[in-house]
Write a protein that binds this ligand. Structure first.
Ligand SMILES: Nc1ncnc2c1ncn2[C@@H]1O[C@H](COP(=O)(O)OP(=O)(O)OP(=O)(O)O)[C@@H](O)[C@H]1O
Length: 228
């Protein structure tokens, strides 16, 4: 599903963020990416959804070669990879419904079908009753649930999350994790960068620890590990 072959990433300012990484993630896996601040976690995540390109090496997602993908094909890729961020990144002037439908890939679907699909997705994140609300009328946890709905509305094969619980209290963080577990149970591969020790140590999924731009540890039922 996701494959990295001898990946190196040096930013234009000379910072070497990823230093020779090899990795393979299978369909349906749930992977936590942990590591100290500045270790390269966000860079790693950005390479998977082609926000950044590697300086050297190959990244494949769903057998597509991201390293040589033309810029004009990137929007299509983004429909098969859902992305969730720490700061939600919702469009403030649009309603919950519009934030989700805006992301929907529309191919000859009528309005009723679009509505049905968006509402079904909002049901998954338990926000059907707030479809008309604007983001500023929602709690942080609700906003993140809208962001998840937006990320999954196209049925992506991969969901990438960069610190999705970073702005949320512990209880709300667990609500988000339950939703991500459900999305994963329906077959979506999930890669999630996090600093949340409690979540990683409770869920016991695959853990990839990054340090100094390299994979320091890759365990099937791993824990958070290092002190931070
Ligand atoms: N756009 C950029 N230009 C130049 N250097 C960058 C850029 N983005 C990140 N870096 C540098 O690359 C290194 C890795 O950063 P990255 O954001 O991937 O780490 P991280 O593990 O996600 O950190 P954190 O946990 O603090 O978010 C750092 O030294 C950072 O300063």
């Amino acid at each position: 599903m996701i494959e990295m072959r001898d990946i190196w990433k040096t930013y234009p300012n000379g910072v070497m963020a990823i230093n020779g990484m090899n990795l393979s993630v299978d369909k349906g896996e749930f992977v936590y990416v942990v590591g100290p601040s500045g270790a390269g976690k966000s860079t790693f995540i950005k390479l998977i959804y082609r926000e950044e390109k590697p300086t050297k090496g190959k990244v494949y997602v769903d057998k597509k070669d991201l390293s040589s993908m033309k810029e004009k094909h990137v929007p299509y890729l983004r429909r098969s990879i859902g992305v969730v961020f720490q700061d939600f990144k919702l469009l403030p002037s649009l309603s919950v419904f519009e934030n989700v439908s805006f992301a929907l890939e529309v191919i000859e679907e009528d309005t009723a079908k679009i509505r049905q699909r968006v509402m079904r997705t909002l049901e998954t994140v338990q926000l059907k009753n707030k479809a008309r609300f604007k983001p500023h009328e929602l709690s942080g946890g609700e906003q993140q649930r809208v962001a998840i709905a937006r990320a999954i509305v196209n049925n992506p094969s991969v969901l990438i999350a960069d610190e999705p619980t970073g702005n949320l209290d512990p209880e709300t963080s667990w609500e988000i994790m339950n939703i991500l577990e459900e999305v994963n149970a329906h077959g979506t591969t999930i890669v999630m960068a996090t600093h949340n020790r409690e979540i990683v140590n409770t869920m016991r999924k695959r853990v990839i620890a990054i340090d100094g731009g390299r994979i320091a540890r890759d365990e099937i039922r791993g824990d958070y590990g290092y002190e931070s």
